[in-house]
Design a protein around this ligand. Structure first.
Ligand code: ARG
Ligand code: ZN
Length: 875
């Protein structure tokens, strides 16, 4: 039951217009659709409509009841034969939103009706050609109880409404833009509305509304502000204006993902909308800003121009992630944003690409498309767009985007169409570059270099190789844009003149075209032996291996003009140190502390020109997962031990500096979520984290407890609580209890309370997590709760999850088996940590495989879980 890209055929019928009517009742909703059909002249065959868990009540063609012999139904489709070339098909179905725990299609969240149709949820609402290349205009009429569901929303404009009999009311919406059904949305409920407006560059007024549960109106201001800034930014950066006079956002508590870009009616996980200084951390404010922007940007990259089929998902997601990344770097610090994005890529995409679910950004096959909303499609997809921008330059890239819209507005297109627009607008050939779309795996680039004292030349030798990940043999060299610089002894960049380009003015950073397995680049007139800075600003999504000495890394940590590379040198160095210590631990010899790293950090701390947000990144050690990733056989316990040892060593050595960073950064102004203030809090909390590693240091503990008790914002409170929750005994318990009492009424804040206990380092974290499963605020039906408690333990506490007794694995498998019957998408997303068994030792491998097998042996296994579990085990 796998679906293949190569099997694509256009639809046999097109839908010009859809009329939908909903009689909304929680347990029994009646949906009637009128589809204005036209045969696609190029394609023969009957009309095949998708349907899932629908009760068919009747079918009419042009007003006449269709005999049962004229159509055939199975559990996933409805086939109608012998239709005229144009007709109106009327279908009446019954659905049960109250029973819908999968949260796909029409469901209830907190008593309110809402929808999630991407990727294939519309077929759970009515029979329809549920594929993105069928685009229609929609008119939607909703009938509901006036008292319990006063707000009725759908896509486009409200064109009529009224009050009916028996306490009912109705509303009719019309969306003039043709769209695929995955962008359909409906909301009916009792919601409060936070309003504002936007005045566009061309003079249009747009009404902006955010709908939330009553009582949350005071947590919408930040999302609204982010929305207005996004609208302005898209006009200025890409010349893209909003195209309707109304834009709605609805926040719901039960949502499988972050948010959804339904045309003019975005539906959000409330976690990605609601924020106040008392309930959200700086990182959450930043995430809200990015997701609001992301969904808004989809209006052009996704909605006006959409995907032909789901293999093209990265066409809209990679491009839209790239756009939201650019937005954030314009709103905040660009280098810090780049560092955060690379951290995410390395933490989530690199392991995925090295593991059993490795796939290219344009996959060729899938069983369940929901499994392909991955870090590869999103984050690596964005990197591929970014590389094109690097190759073509910002103006060239913009020309390509303009041409893409000129050609494809209101169409459902492919990744290939995007690349062709880039080529045609710039008169370049991206033939070789396209390989990034079809080849999976993270390229590994080895570099060596030499300086020729006599000829004053510097040669950089690059070799690339992409490991054969699962299912794809014979990897070919990619076209890699490799940005480099040469740092001179005084710390300044040297001018770069490539051999063969004599006479050119020397720039200090250059993007090399590295497109063969092995290539050498020689720079001339290099008057001293430099240290090369390679893959600056992470110009390509590769793993770089270098022959830097420790001294070189320290030098780059202190001098590289490229902020990203400066940070990367620090990560590289720290990773090296931890790995050396891991070896010592495994050999059973005494751990030794190397103070050179701390000294390089100290010089960064002393550098007052550095932005605090950047300094906080410089001082954040690589994660346990990231270090373990560099090992042949991962040993999480040893990495955890070594990393903690290094951290404590640095804390001891730079004790005074951390105290000073902490004390001096203190501000007396009221909380503001802006990037500069957030950066100041970040560096203070990093300092506090170091101080917190020192056992037997009453001063550090006092600071932490004090911060927990007096802070006026969630960022500082949570930073302190995270440290306290890992401390055994009374201090930790007391803080957790007080937090619980203070926030028991706020379900989103309680998610943080669950998560902080799941990532704790206390001896029996798993026991604690299991106890919390019966806490009244926990529910398996709420994806945020599942991710906060179960997901945090299995995905963000590697040293505990991989416990030698296998209990972490057993717990995860039990959870997945339970969730499979409730919400397959959520269940399947939890699975990935078990897929990492190949990187473990034999004993752990055996236990992990046994759990995967136990999952596969479960009755009524969903497609979602089956696909991930079977691929994890087999490949
Ligand atoms: N298109 C949405 C976004 O990128 C994600 C929706 C994915 N939903 C799903 N069920 N797979 O913002
Ligand atoms: Zn998206």
């Amino acid at each position: 039951n796998a679906i293949h890209l190569k099997d694509y055929i256009a639809p046999s019928f097109l839908v010009n217009h859809v009329d939908l009517e909903f009689i909304l009742e929680p347990k029994k909703t009646i949906v009637t659709s009128w589809l204005k059909l036209t045969r696609n002249p190029d394609v023969g065959g009957p009309l095949v409509l998708d349907g899932d868990e629908l009760r068919l009540l009747s079918i009419k063609v042009d007003g006449k009841l269709l005999e049962t012999s004229k159509y055939a139904q199975d559990n996933s489709s409805l086939t109608v034969d012998g239709l005229p070339d144009t007709c109106v098909l009327e279908i009446k179905t019954e659905i049960d939103p109250a029973l819908n725990t999968q949260l796909e299609g029409l469901y209830l969240s907190g008593g309110n009706f809402c929808t999630q149709c991407e990727a294939e949820g519309f077929r759970r609402i009515t029979f329809y050609p549920d594929r993105p290349d069928v685009m229609a205009t929609y008119t939607v009429t909703m009938h509901a109880d006036l008292k319990s569901h006063p707000v009725l929303l759908s896509n486009g404009n409200l064109i009529d409404q009224g009050v009916g009999k028996n306490g009912k009311h109705w509303a009719r919406w019309h969306d003039p833009f043709p769209k695929p059904c995955y962008l359909f949305a409906l909301v009916a409920g009792d919601l409060a509305c936070y309003e504002d407006s936007y005045h566009s560059g061309s003079g249009q007024d747009v009404a902006l509304k955010i709908f939330v549960e009553h009582g949350n109106e005071d947590k919408c201001a930040y999302a609204m502000d982010a929305l207005k800034r996004s609208m302005r930014w898209d006009e200025e950066r890409f010349g893209l204006e909003y195209d309707l006079s109304i834009f709605n956002i609805v926040a719901v508590s039960d949502f499988n993902m972050g948010a959804m870009e339904n045309k003019s009616l975005n539906i959000f996980n409330s976690k990605c909308v609601l924020a106040s200084s008392d309930t959200a951390t700086d990182l959450e404010f930043e995430r809200i800003e990015a997701i609001v922007a992301h969904e808004y940007f989809h209006n052009w990259t996704g909605n006006r121009v959409t995907c032909r089929d789901w293999f093209q998902l990265s066409l809209k997601e990679g491009l839209t992630v790239y756009r939201d990344q650019e937005f954030t770097s314009d709103m905040r610090s660009a280098p810090v944003k780049r560092i955060q994005d690379v951290r995410t890529l390395r933490a989530r995409q690199f392991p995925e690409d090295a593991g059993p679910l490795s796939h290219p950004i344009r996959p060729e096959t899938y069983i369940e498309i929901n499994n392909f909303y991955t870090a590869t499609i999103y984050e690596k997809g964005a990197e591929v767009i970014r590389m094109m921008q690097e190759i073509l330059g910002r103006d060239g890239f913009r020309k390509g985007v303009d041409l893409y819209f000129e050609r494809h507005d209101n169409q459902a297109v492919t990744c290939e169409d995007f690349v062709v627009a880039m080529e045609d607008a710039n008169d370049v050939d991206l033939k070789h570059f396209r390989l990034w779309y079809s080849q999976a795996g993270t390229p590994e680039v080895d570099t060596t270099w030499s300086y020729d004292e006599v000829n004053k030349s510097f040669t950089l030798n690059l070799t690339q190789y992409t490991p054969v990940a699962h299912g794809q043999e014979g990897k070919r060299p990619l076209h890699i844009p490799m940005t480099v610089g040469l740092v001179g002894r005084d710390g300044k960049d040297l001018p770069l003149i490539l051999e063969g380009e004599e006479g050119k003015q020397g720039e200090t950073s250059k993007t090399l075209r590295f497109d063969q397995e092995q290539q050498s680049f020689t720079f001339i007139s290099v008057d001293q032996c430099p240290v090369p800075s390679i893959n600056r600003n992470f110009s390509s999504p590769i793993k770089l291996s270098t022959t830097y000495s420790d001294d070189d890394l320290r030098f780059l940590m202190e001098n590289d003009s490229d902020a990203f590379s400066r940070w990367d040198a620090s990560q590289n160095y720290a990773t090296r140190l931890v790995l050396r210590m891991v070896k010592t631990i495994q050999e059973g010899t005494e751990l030794e502390y190397d103070s050179n790293y701390a000294q390089a950090l100290a010089r960064n701390i002393a550098d007052e020109t550095l932005d605090p947000a950047f300094l906080a990144q410089m001082l954040s050690l690589p994660s346990i997962d990231y270090v373990a990733e560099q090992m042949q056989v991962a040993d999480f316990a040893a990495v955890d031990q070594a990393r903690t040892f290094l951290k404590a060593g640095i804390a001891r050595e730079l004790y005074e500096q951390f105290l000073e960073l902490y004390m001096c950064g203190k501000e007396n102004t009221a909380y503001s979520p802006d990037a500069v203030s957030a950066g100041k809090r970040a560096i203070r909390n990093v300092a506090l984290g170091f101080l917190g590693t020192l056992k037997n240091d009453p001063k550090g503990l006092d600071l932490i407890v004090g911060q927990y008790e007096v802070s006026d914002n969630m960022t500082d409170r949570m930073a302190a609580l995270t440290l306290l929750a890992s401390m055994e005994g009374e201090v930790g318990e007391k803080a957790l209890k007080s937090f619980e009492q203070r926030y028991s009424h706020d379900t989103l804040v309680m998610d943080k309370w669950f998560a902080v206990q799941a990532i704790s380092k206390i001896p029996d974290t798993l026991g604690q997590v299991k106890n919390l499963l019966t806490h009244p605020a926990f529910s398996y039906k709420n994806p945020n709760k599942v991710r906060a408690l179960i997901g945090s333990f299995t995905g963000a506490n590697p040293a505990k999850f991989h416990a030698d007794n296998g209990e972490g694995y057993r717990f995860l498998a039990d959870s997945i088996i339970h969730l499979n019957g409730i919400n397959p998408q959520v269940a399947s997303r939890l699975l990935s940590p078990l897929g990492g068994w190949r990187r473990m030792d034999g004993n752990h491998q055996k236990m992990m495989k046994a759990e995967l097998q136990r999952i596969l042996d479960t009755e009524n296994l969903s497609k979602d879980v089956f696909e991930v579990a079977s691929k994890s085990l087999a490949r």
